[in-house]
Write a protein that binds this ligand. Structure first.
Ligand SMILES: Cc1cc2nc3c(=O)[nH]c(=O)nc-3n(C[C@H](O)[C@H](O)[C@H](O)COP(=O)(O)O)c2cc1C
Length: 246
């Protein structure tokens, strides 16, 4: 596509999440090239404890969109990727090699989450460099066990997050970010910098939107608290240890 030759920095800088897509397929070899960029991401101990499920089937995308809060971009994108923590493959390979495996636990889920996010963001940059649009889908955590069932996820796997990819049918303007100096601390933690957050959003005229997002996600009884129970239950039913005690 035409902006294939944009610099990496330009591609990263022009990122916007896309929530409207044209009804166009991504050629199989292009998708493989994009996924290859993900697989090339660094990986802790090079274990690569994740799998990526590519969903192109319309009916399956529809069912997943319902399970993820009825988000239309999941239905409309060319391909919906679901990133899965995958210790099933590792444990099975270890058994074949006669190495006694551990029982996957919440710490190993953290490792898989970091690795999967690195792979996903490489995929994002590769896809956007080719002119495709993307949107991460954290709403996979609304009903993780139902998604695990729908995708036939075996023991020791867990659905982490989704990613829509497709040809953009909208051109939203770039969304606000915090100033670099709010995020960057030199030689140690400089303080909470909360006042800088509020000042930035107030000056840009987005304080209302920040307050809404804080309440909806990080507020008392917000999405993060609400998803916690289902998260722990699904982890346990997928075979992950959630406590260090025997
Ligand atoms: C882990 C993660 C989960 C997200 N989940 C959703 C989601 O379920 N639905 C959605 O429309 N956007 C989702 N987003 C996109 C964010 O809302 C978006 O990145 C943010 O508002 C900043 O906008 P921008 O990406 O256009 O700069 C998610 C982003 C991340 C990184």
């Amino acid at each position: 596509m035409e902006n294939r030759f944009k610099s990496v920095i330009d591609v990263i800088d022009s990122h916007v999440s896309i929530r409207k897509y044209k009804d166009v397929d991504i050629p199989e070899d292009t998708l493989k090239t994009i996924i290859y960029s993900g697989v090339r991401a660094p990986s802790s101990a090079n274990l690569q404890p994740y799998s990526i499920i590519a969903i192109k089937d319309r009916e399956l995308k529809r069912k997943l969109s319902v399970l993820c809060g009825d988000q239309s971009h999941i239905r409309e994108c060319s391909v919906f990727l679901i990133f899965v923590a995958d210790y099933n493959r590792i444990v099975k390979a270890m058994e074949q090699l006669n190495i006694e495996p551990f029982q996957p636990n919440i710490y190993s889920l953290y490792i898989a989450s970091v690795d999967a996010a690195l792979a996903a963001q490489n995929i994002v940059v590769a896809a956007e460099s080719m002119g495709y649009g993307i949107c991460y889908i954290g709403a996979v955590q609304n009903r993780p066990c139902e998604i695990a069932k729908l995708l036939g996820l075996p023991r020791y796997t867990y659905p982490l997050f989704g990613l829509t990819i497709g040809v953009p049918d909208e051109a939203p303007k770039k969304r606000i970010r915090l100033d670099i100096d709010t995020i960057l601390h030199l030689n140690g933690y400089e303080g909470d910098k909360a006042d800088q957050v509020i000042r930035r959003y107030r000056e840009e005229g987005y304080l209302d939107s920040l307050e809404r997002r804080y309440s909806r996600y990080a507020g008392r009884n917000g999405r993060i608290e609400m998803r916690f129970k289902g998260f722990m239950e699904c982890l346990e039913s997928q075979g992950f240890k959630t406590s260090p005690s025997p």
